[in-house]
Design a protein around this ligand. Structure first.
Ligand code: ATP
Ligand code: MG
Length: 321
């Protein structure tokens, strides 16, 4: 399998303003993570709110400049330098369908904006035809093109966001929690649509979600993030069958099971407490304050993400005994 995206030791720190007497402090939003995505596959990135998922997605697209590390896209190092040749190929569907569409532009212009920039629109008639086709592709009707974003429901707006991403015929799309802001009844529709589009256009996805249930069907591999760190990476089947990291186990046990027999017999590992602050975190495992297996070694140094089984990576001292 061909690797389309390879991320190595990626870091993104945001400076936080303090008063001038104090030294500068940093939010360690993404702190040394590595993973790769094969062509045509989906990498599911999961973790609680604030653990750095959006920052990973945006840094991979260089919407944020990485603090350090490397991003290799289709064999080319894109960590530095001109992103223009890659902008068309790498798109994003934003987390918030309400905030990501310009309220002053018609839906047609929103969809065609990137086509215009990349000179893919063609003549006026061709441009209109392309807008119509894209609207139909995402399950909207062609006359929606003349309307403004506020005239749509959340689900429809997310479809507009998807049409906009598809307009420039991308190869890779960061789907940043594309269904979290939507009603449960439309979540499945949008998920199915994303899966169909992936198959029809051979798309590669970085699919971000805060819940392991969402990424289960669409992902080939899943990475579990906690406070800027990657805790576990493996293929989807293995992750749901034998999760190794205590954090992954806790996330999995939070998913409701429809069968009461299985639900009763399943061991529940409740997650207590909140995610600690990502500002200059102390050394050691980031999860240790909430981990019921925490040992003295856990606060000494960061556990390293190690391959503990074929293709199964985990960062936990429990697996090093
Ligand atoms: N532009 C920024 N400037 C400063 N800090 C930021 C910036 N963007 C994100 N952060 C901080 O980085 C951390 C990670 O944020 P991020 O948005 O990546 O989390 P997330 O996992 O996407 O959360 P959610 O599930 O709520 O979307 C947070 O502590 C956040 O406050
Ligand atoms: Mg986010």
């Amino acid at each position: 399998m061909n690797k389309l995206l390879e991320i190595k030791n990626l870091k993104k720190y945001f400076p936080v303003k303090s008063n001038w007497l104090e030294p500068m402090r940093f939010v360690h939003a993404v702190d040394d993570i590595s993973f790769s995505i094969n062509k045509g596959e989906t990498f599911g990135l999961v973790g609680e709110s604030g653990c750095g998922k959006t920052t990973v997605g945006r840094t991979v697209l260089r919407l944020y400049e990485p603090t350090s590390g490397s991003i290799v896209y289709d064999g080319n190092d894109i960590t530095k330098g001109d992103m223009l040749p890659y902008r068309r190929k790498m798109q994003i569907i934003f987390q918030d369908p309400y905030a990501s569409l310009d309220p002053r532009m018609t839906v047609g212009d929103i969809i065609a904006e990137a086509m215009d920039i990349h000179r893919l629109s063609g003549t006026r008639t061709e441009r209109d035809e392309k807008i119509h086709d894209l609207l139909t592709l995402v399950g909207l009707s062609p006359e929606h093109g003349c309307r403004y974003p506020h005239e749509f429901s959340g689900g429809q707006r997310q479809r507009i966001g998807i049409a906009r991403a598809l307009a420039v015929r991308p190869e890779f799309i960061v789907c940043d929690e594309p269904i979290s802001a939507l009603d449960v009844s439309i979540q499945a529709q949008v998920m199915n649509m994303l899966e169909d589009l992936q198959r029809d256009f051979q798309l590669t996805y970085l699919f971000i979600a805060h819940d392991l249930a969402v990424v289960k069907h669409i992902s080939t591999n899943v990475g579990v993030m906690y406070l800027g760190k990657m805790m576990e990476i493996t293929n989807t089947e293995e992750l749901y069958k034998s999760p190794l990291h205590p954090y992954t186990q806790a996330l999995l046990s939070a998913i409701p099971v429809p069968d009461p027999k299985i639900s009763r017999s399943r061991k529940r590992v409740p997650l207590e407490g909140d995610v600690p602050s990502p500002i200059d975190p102390p050394p050691g495992c980031r999860f240790r304050q909430r981990c019921k297996y925490a040992m003295p070694v856990c606060s000494e140094a960061d556990p390293v993400l190690k391959e503990v089984g074929p293709g199964h990576w985990c960062a936990c001292y429990l697996l090093e005994k």
